[in-house]
Design a protein around this ligand. Structure first.
Ligand code: CMX
Length: 141
């Protein structure tokens, strides 16, 4: 089952520039940063510097390569919201439930996401135009 909003993912051309913008404009700061080669991204998870860290977070996603998911998204749509991610407690179970409802999951089995999480995605054409990410948090969360 879906538990809460995990994060909203935003595609940006340059992670360092975006980090400075979010810090100076909104007071959102990175609680975690990593490179995910398989996904072709450099990413940062932002939380309010002085706020409630349990609220849904903002994930900045910058492409490592032009032919990555984020590289293609920037090409087609420009910078902006790329995904809506929900926290689930059992990603295999939730994926099966969504498949049974006729939705296409992008991966047969979960892959590695940020901070040791396990992730899968629902195709945006099956969700009214929103790329939905399912996130089963890892131990680091
Ligand atoms: N949100 C909404 N719609 C999207 C979309 C997005 N992020 N990305 C693509 N689409 C739409 C396209 O506009 C296109 O629509 P039309 O046919 O009406 O033009 C349609 O989906 C299919 O487009 P496509 O050319 O097949 O798109 P891509 O080759 O770019 O693949 C997708 C799209 C979702 C399969 C791909 O982006 C993907 O595999 N995403 C999952 C992985 C990912 O996003 N990784 C980065 C984040 C990593 C992380 O969160 O850790």
């Amino acid at each position: 089952a879906i538990r809460r909003i995990d994060h909203v993912g935003i595609a940006v051309p340059d992670l360092d520039e975006a980090l400075a913008f979010y810090r100076d404009t909104f007071g959102l700061v990175a609680e975690h940063e990593e490179v995910n080669e398989e996904q072709g991204v450099r990413e940062a998870m932002l939380v309010p510097a002085d706020g409630d860290p349990s609220t849904g977070r903002v994930q900045l996603l910058a492409p490592l390569r032009a032919d990555s998911a984020i590289g293609k998204f920037l090409d087609r749509s420009g910078p902006g919201i790329q995904q809506m991610a929900y926290t689930v407690d059992d990603i295999e179970k939730t994926s099966e439930e969504l498949r049974a409802k006729g939705l296409r999951l992008l991966y047969d089995a979960p892959r590695r996401g940020t901070a040791g999480s396990r992730i899968n995605f629902v195709h945006p054409k099956d969700t009214g135009g929103v790329l939905v990410e399912l996130v089963e948090p890892g131990g680091a969360h």
